[in-house]
Design a protein around this ligand. Sequence first.
Ligand code: ZN
Ligand code: FE
Length: 257
Amino acid sequence: MNLIPLPAFQDNYLWLLHDGQRALVVDPGDAGPAQSYLEANGLRLEAILVTHHHADHTGGVDALREATGARVWGPARESIPGPFTRLAEGDRIEALGLSFEVLDVPGHTAGHIAYYCADWQGAPLLFCGDTLFSGGCGRLFEGTAAQMFDSLRKLADLPGAARVCCTHEYTLSNLKFATAVEPGNSQLIHYRQQCEQKRSHGEPTLPSSIALERQVNPFLRTRIPAVAQAAHRHAGADEADAVAVFAALRQWKNEFR
Ligand code: ZN
Ligand code: FE
């Protein structure tokens, strides 16, 4: 089986899984890149998985469903182009012979979900939409800092080997911010160099892994003293309050250039 990040718009990826015959696509904001890939490779689209309602994740759903007859799954608490099967925490779906568990991860949007496959070619696979990015996290459009903090902790507690398929190539700007928060993190500095190399060759920095994100992503490191101290220095956050540290980091990132 193959896992392909298809670039769309400025910095989105539509993730496509296929076995040479059948395919699954996650968050098709634009049908075009998916359709081209399906045609070029002679694939039949069976499933469309949606993490949240934003247009850059759903804009291609109708065109793909009409062109292929693919079944659509999406978040129970959000409205996306229907018909679709509504999913929430604890639900399981089968697609391409794989089993995906649904996780509720509110914060970026109120009903955001993620899809977790416990074993895909020897390691877990996570489609997390705009919740967790490499080196960063989604903006809080509809949820609270406490909700997003809990959602990110749920993802951080997954096995370290889990491959993290985020839907935006925001890694370099995230790592610039991460370095401002935690300039002494040598793994972060090394990872940033690797990602700069990849981007200079036009390669995606994704998928990442949960183990890597625990080492470099400040939003998963709010209990690390250097991170908590930086949030305190920047915004007066109580270093002992991990949610307050998280909220201060998220606000700081919103203003960071
Ligand atoms: Zn979004
Ligand atoms: Fe998005």
